[in-house]
Design a protein around this ligand. Sequence first.
Ligand SMILES: NC(=O)c1ccc[n+]([C@@H]2O[C@H](COP(=O)([O-])OP(=O)(O)OC[C@H]3O[C@@H](n4cnc5c(N)ncnc54)[C@H](O)[C@@H]3O)[C@@H](O)[C@H]2O)c1
Length: 326
Amino acid sequence: MSGRVLVTGGAGFIGSHVADLFVRQGWSVAVLDDLSRGKRENVNPAATLHVLDIRSPDAAALLERQAFDVVVHLAAQMDVRRSVADPAFDASVNVLGTLNLLEALRRSGTAGHTRVVFSSTGGAVYGDLATPPNGETTPKDPDSPYAVAKLAVEHYLSYYARIHGISTVSVRYANVYGPRQDPHGEAGVVAIFCGRILAGEPLTVFGDGQQTRDYVHVGDVADATYRAASVNLDEALHLDDRAFNVGTGIATSVLDLATTLLDAAGVSVPIEFAPKRPGEQQQSFLAVGKAARVLGWSPRISLANGLADTYRWFATRETAAVPSRT
Ligand SMILES: NC(=O)c1ccc[n+]([C@@H]2O[C@H](COP(=O)([O-])OP(=O)(O)OC[C@H]3O[C@@H](n4cnc5c(N)ncnc54)[C@H](O)[C@@H]3O)[C@@H](O)[C@H]2O)c1
């Protein structure tokens, strides 16, 4: 299958990898990004970049005018701490911005032909009350305004699917890491650790370092997102019907992450312990059997290989940033 896809947030970390994959699969790719965090250099040269805010009338007009076969919606305020500090801003981008796009699709008259794939969060939407691994139907008790907004959008998508016939899918990402990642994201620790190793500085681990996350490489995430966009799916009636966890199903402690990254980098810097951070989620990993069954997707990149790939990327960038001596 190929066609016309719009990737919102396509100049960002995950979005740029998703856009690259669609280009490789022969799709005509448009990217919509306001470049607030994304970078022009991340955008695939074969894609058309529209520098627009998802809340703007121009963004709505783009969706209303052009009958995209697929809209992969990744543009977001993605900083959990910022959402706590300013929930209204978070909701204005993550909820109202998304509604601006969905309403444009509804008005377009071609909504029935469009598949919308939305990047939700498996790392945050289930909250800390559930005992992992969390499956798609695990009760949702989001612990941050960011996660509340993601869940609200999932409900809106369910509504647009049932009432307006838009084909919607939510991919609930675990903690995504890889080249081009930003230290502020949900797996920002990998970027932070890479920066520290390259600077020869110690890695700081909070508490006893036994808190776990499900770290999934961005290459695997792009693949899952592509499948979510292109696989035939049953009709959606309930919230979780068209939701897919995208993770590895493996719980990795921060301490294990640090030692695996140091091994991958082949470098030694000390690991320092700092006091536990109040409110930090302790255990989080996802059940990923549904994506395997329905999307035919399973993660293929091991943590050791994925971290090595990520470290190499940061190291190359660092070298490129050092002015040459003449
Ligand atoms: N990184 C993770 O571990 C993770 C986990 C779960 C879900 N997600 C979700 O995946 C998506 C992509 O995240 P990412 O880590 O690539 O973050 P990112 O910040 O690299 O990408 C988001 C992109 O959206 C753009 N953007 C922000 N506000 C915008 C606006 N108002 N209008 C247009 N563009 C705007 C930014 O410029 C950026 O390029 C987000 O929706 C995020 O919530 C990420």
